[in-house]
Every structure is written in structure tokens, then in C-alpha cells.
Design a protein around this ligand. Structure first.
Ligand code: PLP
Length: 463
């Protein structure tokens, strides 16, 4: 009996090995296909082809009488891994290298113009910093507090959102998080399981895809272009939803393009999402910097959403690490569990400071938003003198121009510009398949922005 069992188990191992060897062959082929796509500048994902691959697997499943759920998971994992292989081969997260090198040069005493960072050059008003010290001195706010967030802060956030958007958010629909980043992470962890799909509109903030990868999910990118004024193609979105998306990321105003989602598009997207039960993660961390009539997900009829905002950008509180998410109670409970497990809570004295910020006269913060707007104008005027094309941002803190110089490669240009001219910019490749683009951040003085863009123009002439 044990001999017989041993023989059968050996056979299982042989089959596993054969499957793994076949998987290796599949991934080698995937790499080859990636190479062809790169040479022909084709996008990595093709949802039509994926649909065919999945349908084919399901027809074999039916023929063999295998379990449909198992086959779906299995083929989706293979496809997800294939996309990951092709993406890793091409994507270059050069922004962090630029950031670190700029810091190094600065430490050597060099004056570096920082147009790469996403951090407002703004500090909380003196009176709020004084209030904050009171909370640091108290036992109550330096011990553990609720993992959901302090009641008074959540109530104040709900009140502020409802008065801005006419919504009816209740405080128990709010989770206070260490920055908007953790809100996004927890939302993804709550919504995406292995091999499930999230749709990301390119160009995008790289954290979105990193979070989905971490959840072992897979990303379907929808490429948008400057030529189309970064418009979202709703037909492409509908087909991505058809393949079975669980989540869509929206980021309005957008990092890096500065585009905002129009009310019309927002309503259409919400309707498409409702039909296919797609949760919309609406990242609105730049909502304070908007130069038009911004539409929030909170103004729509959307039922399945996670709204994300932060104190980082509007209030210059990046290092305080505080933000929040709004969603239905069930989603908030799942996200709260993740926060509780990983971090216990956002420190009480930080939450109390955030509450003071919301109670404070908004004028200094509104003035800062105006400054950002003024800087965008300066950048637009300077950029118009260069061989670049761009859409004027409708919000946010960034511009995402495209170089019209032949042979321009932003992943080569950004480090060269930093070494030769001491100007730091983010290469377009950090935000997706945008070799010709680069991102400029408006978080330094107008003088620096003007000088930085002038020097960038000089370096462009050498390309
Ligand atoms: N969302 C976007 C688009 C961002 O660019 C950032 C930060 O740069 C964040 C969210 C998160 O910021 P924080 O975690 O500081 O709130």
C-alpha cells in the first residue's frame, strides 16, 4: 500500500515539474513577445488578446470537465505574471534615483533646483504648531487611540466634505490613515485578491500599480495621450470593465498631467462602474489645487467607491503622515482592520493637530493654493519658448510636457540635466510608457521654476 502510494506521489511530483517547465517556456515566450512590443512601440496589455486567451482556456476547461473557478484563477494568474514580466522589463522608476542624487548634490553644498519632488514648500502656521505642542505634552494624545481615528476629527472631516460637496457622509464612513498613501494601500488590500484586476489610467502615480502587485492582483493599463488632451476613452474603459475589473483608480487632479475628470466623464464612469460592480478608488489628494470646477466622486451617485484625501498637499503636512478615506461602512471596517494590524493607529497628537488645521482660518492655505496656480503660469510661459508640447494643467502641482526633440529619452535626459545643470526633474517613464515626457513640480519659487526651465531648454539643445 505504502509502495503504491509512494509511486502515485512520485507521479504527482513529475507532473508538477512538467507544469513548471511548461510555465518557464510560457514566460520565455512572454519575454520574447515583450521585446517585439517594445521594438514596435506597442502597449504591453491588449485586452482583446487576453479575452481570447481566457476564453480559450475556458473552452479547454469545458472539454476536460475541470472546475471553472480553478481554471479562471489559474489562467488569470498566468496572464497577470506575464504582464508583470513585460512591465518590469520596460518600466523605469527613475524618479527615486533622481531624488537621491539631488539630495547627494545638495549635501555637497550645490544649489540644486528641485522640480522633481511632490512636496509643497510650505509649513503650518506658527499658531497651529504651538497648539500641536500642547497635544504632544498630554498623556491622552500620546497613548494609543482608536484605530479608526478620533471621533471629533472624523466628524469635522465629514462636515467639511458635506459642506463642500453637498454629500451626506457620516463620520463612521471615515477612516483616518497615515497619509493618503496608506488609505490607497488599505483600499487595495480590502478590494483586490489574487489575480483580480484593477484598471489604471496611464500616466499614473506609480504607487497604484505597486499596491495592486502587492495584493497579487493584476493591472490593466489604459494609455492616454497628450494628442488626445489626456482624455479618457470611455469605450476602452468599458471593455476593460467587461474583462472583469474589480477596481478603477481615478486621480483628479492628476499627478502627473494636471488634468481633471470632467463632470460628464465622472458621471459616465460612475454609471459604467455601477453596471459592472467596479469599485472606484478616487484619489483626490490634489483637490485643493484646482483651477476649474472640479468634480468629486462625492458629488455623484456612486455607491461603490473609496474616496481618498490627505493633509499632505493642501496643508503642507507631508511629514506628519495624515490622510483619510471615505467609503461604505463595510469597506471602512476592512480597511480599519488592516490599519489596526499594521500600525494600531495614527498618533493622537497628529490627529489633534489636523483637527486644529481644519478649524483654522483657511486663508493661509488658500493663499498657498493661489501661489501654486501662479507658479504654473510662470512654467507655462517659460515652456512656450522651448521645443516641447503640453496641455495646460487644470489642477494639481505638476506639468507633464513632451519633448519634440528627435531621439529624446527622458530616462537618459533627467540624470544628464541633473549632473550638467543641477536641475532635478522626473522622467516620464516613472509614470508609464512616456519616454518623451518629463514631469515638472511646482513646489519651489517662481524664480527657481523660471531658471530651472531655462536651463532645461539649454540642455535640450544638446540632445
Ligand atoms: N496620491 C497621489 C496622486 C500622490 O501624488 C500622493 C503623493 O505624492 C499621494 C496620493 C499620497 O500622499 P500622502 O501619503 O503624503 O498623503
Amino acid at each position: 500500500m505504502s509502495k503504491e502510494l509512494g509511486k502515485l506521489r512520485r507521479r504527482i511530483r513529475e507532473i508538477d515539474e512538467a507544469l513548471l517547465r511548461l510555465a518557464k517556456q510560457r514566460f520565455d515566450l512572454v519575454r520574447e513577445i515583450g521585446e517585439v512590443k517594445r521594438n514596435h512601440r506597442l502597449p504591453i496589455t491588449d485586452l482583446q488578446i487576453e479575452r481570447e486567451v481566457i476564453d480559450h482556456a475556458l473552452s479547454v476547461q469545458a472539454e476536460l470537465g475541470l472546475d471553472a473557478g480553478f481554471v479562471k484563477n489559474w489562467i488569470n494568474s498566468l496572464v497577470a505574471q506575464s504582464v508583470r514580466i513585460q512591465s518590469n522589463d520596460t518600466r523605469n522608476f527613475g524618479i527615486y534615483q533622481i531624488f537621491e542624487r539631488a539630495d547627494e548634490l545638495k549635501a555637497q553644498g550645490k544649489h540644486v533646483i528641485r522640480l522633481e519632488a511632490g512636496e509643497p514648500d510650505f509649513i503650518l502656521p506658527e499658531s497651529i504648531r504651538q497648539d500641536s505642542k500642547k497635544y504632544v505634552d498630554s498623556k491622552e494624545y500620546t497613548g494609543y487611540v482608536s484605530s479608526k481615528g478620533l471621533n471629533d476629527l472624523r466628524e469635522k472631516i465629514a462636515e467639511a466634505l458635506n459642506s463642500r460637496y453637498g454629500s451626506a457622509i457620516k463620520s463612521d464612513q471615515i477612516l483616518v490613515t497615515p497619509g493618503g498613501k496608506f488609505a490607497i494601500y488599505a483600499a487595495v488590500m480590502a478590494k483586490i485578491s489574487i489575480a483580480e484586476r484593477a484598471v489604471i489610467l496611464e500616466p499614473y502615480w506609480p504607487m497604484y500599480s505597486e499596491c495592486v502587485k502587492h495584493a497579487n492582483g493584476r493591472v490593466d493599463f489604459i494609455h492616454t495621450t497628450l494628442e488626445d488632451n489626456w482624455n479618457i476613452n470611455l469605450e476602452k474603459l468599458a471593455s476593460a470593465f467587461d474583462v472583469g475589473a474589480k477596481v478603477l483608480f481615478l486621480n483628479s487632479p492628476c499627478n502627473p498631467t494636471g488634468m481633471t475628470v470632467t463632470r460628464h466623464d465622472m458621471e459616465e464612469i460612475v454609471e459604467l462602474g455601477r453596471k459592472k460592480k467596479v469599485t472606484i478608488i478616487s484619489d483626490e489628494v490634489y483637490s485643493a489645487y484646482s483651477f476649474n470646477n472640479l468634480c468629486s466622486i462625492l458629488e455623484t451617485e456612486c455607491e461603490e467607491f473609496v474616496y481618498v484625501n490627505s493633509f499632505s498637499k493642501r496643508f503642507g503636512m507631508t511629514g506628519w503622515r495624515i490622510g483619510y478615506a471615505v467609503a461604505d461602512k463595510g469597506t471602512i471596517a476592512r480597511m480599519q482592520q488592516i490599519l489596526q494590524m499594521a500600525l494600531t493607529c495614527v498618533p493622537g497628537f497628529i490627529q489633534k493637530t489636523a483637527l486644529e488645521v481644519l478649524k483654522n482660518d483657511p486663508q493661509p492655505f488658500d493663499d498657498f493654493a493661489q501661489q501654486i496656480k501662479g507658479r504654473v503660469k510662470v512654467a507655462v510661459n517659460e515652456l512656450r519658448k522651448l521645443p516641447v508640447s503640453f496641455s495646460e494643467p487644470q489642477g494639481g502641482m505638476y506639468l507633464f510636457p513632451r519633448s519634440n526633440v528627435e531621439g529624446f529619452d527622458s530616462s537618459e535626459f533627467a540624470p544628464r540635466l541633473l549632473e550638467n545643470k543641477l536641475v532635478a526633474i522626473a522622467p516620464g517613464t516613472a509614470f508609464g510608457d512616456y519616454l518623451n515626457h518629463f514631469r515638472l513640480s511646482m513646489t519651489t519659487s517662481p524664480e527657481n521654476i523660471e531658471a530651472g526651465i531655462r536651463k532645461l531648454g539649454e540642455e535640450l539643445q544638446k540632445t
